[in-house]
Design a protein around this ligand. Sequence first.
Ligand SMILES: Cc1ncc(COP(=O)(O)O)c(C=O)c1O
Length: 487
Amino acid sequence: MPIPERALSPDQVLSHIKGLKSQDADWKAGRCFALVYSAGEAHEALLKDAHQAYFSENGLNPMAFKGLKRLEHEVVQMSAALFHGPEGAVGTMTSGGTESLLLAVKTYRDRALRTRHFVGQPEMILPRTAHVALEKAAHLFGVVPRFAPVDETFQVDVKAVKKLINRHTVMIVGSAPQYPHGAIDPIEALGALAQKHEIPLHVDACVGGFMLPFVERLGRKVPLWDFRVPGVTSISADLHKYGYAAKGASVIVYKDLDHLRDQFFIATEWPGGIYASPSLPGTRPAGPIAAAWAALQGLGIEGYTRLTQDALLARDRLIAGVKAVPGLVVFGDPPGTVFAFGSHDPALDTFALADRLQANGWHFDRDQGPDGIHLTVMAGHLPVVDEFLADLGRECEWVRAHPEAKREGSAATYGLMAKIPLRGVVKNAVLDVMLKMYGPSGEVPDLSQGNQGEGWVDKLTAKYGGDILNVLERAAALKAAFGKAKP
Ligand SMILES: Cc1ncc(COP(=O)(O)O)c(C=O)c1O
């Protein structure tokens, strides 16, 4: 589509944009357990006004926009105080969790190279369940990721972390909580290890940073995960998640300036002038910074506590409802408002159930290894809990009565993707989908049609027969049994 020769009227422009919204997930009705964090219409209006007030400014140059720099500083300070940061805790705002994590990896790689001898090829140790943005960071910054397994509660195995420490280790990561199952890693044990070996410990609290403090305030048991734990050197937390700010807002907070310094990039020889940048982008939108400040001040501790209380109530009822369905299990014992569940009954396929729930208009993510339905629960879900549980009960019965469903729709695609042992095959299949989505037609493939992504599901079934899923399931069961048999 070319740029039109003649300008459209503002009405035409807006009606086109708004028309496309009918294709989007309906998060306002509370049926979206992912992607959008809402604290109601009045709060949204405040965020929009604050965003609008700083619509045009640029966070790239704090000398030019001192007012904006003040807002960023205060957002970092409010966050540091919430995480029990020591006096002297510092940090920056970023565009989101991924940028905060990229920066943590870049910072600690450069810190190790600056302060230690014989680092060689930098490595980082992270739980297998840590957010995938850390893997992206490792890829981008030339750091080798060393994954530590998690135990049956989905918390990282600290002994495995200990074994992975060597002279190349530039950082250790723990999550509070991790996204896939909502489990908090044993941060105190990781902190002790990190201190003993003098290695920085980054806590990824992107999803939990503005939720766990209020869960704790409400009197529930939350293991220590923040700067109260000796050894924690930095924390990332997303304002655009449970901070209920506008999209494009996260913080990375370090215990002191000495840990922040390696985050900065300074170039002195560029013909465009001496250039200093605190984070990854050049131009930094100011709107999300102002809206984040507005969110923290506009909700206050009282507002966050109230929202968390309602979200916890919704989470408790959802978890109780899931556990009441024979065959379904909640993974681990997540203390916050993020959890996942799946089926341990072969007659009740998790992804077929996910398809049926999605056909009822529910939107959520899907885990793999084990297959799961992932719910990020917010206050706005409280009114729809009963409806969700009614759909869940009915659809579980439907899936049991239709065993063929796991070989149809997107359940077949997800089922294959989760079970194919050759992950290179999966990678290529996903690449095919991406190439299609970002190709000249810009079309979003429908995963419920097996012939999408260059027909890889169909190709596999054509090559190996309709029983491919059963074969893979048997292979996975054998592999698991063999794994257990090993000492
Ligand atoms: C624990 C955790 N870390 C990092 C991220 C990445 O955040 P973003 O999507 O804002 O880049 C997420 C996103 O869900 C997350 O849950």
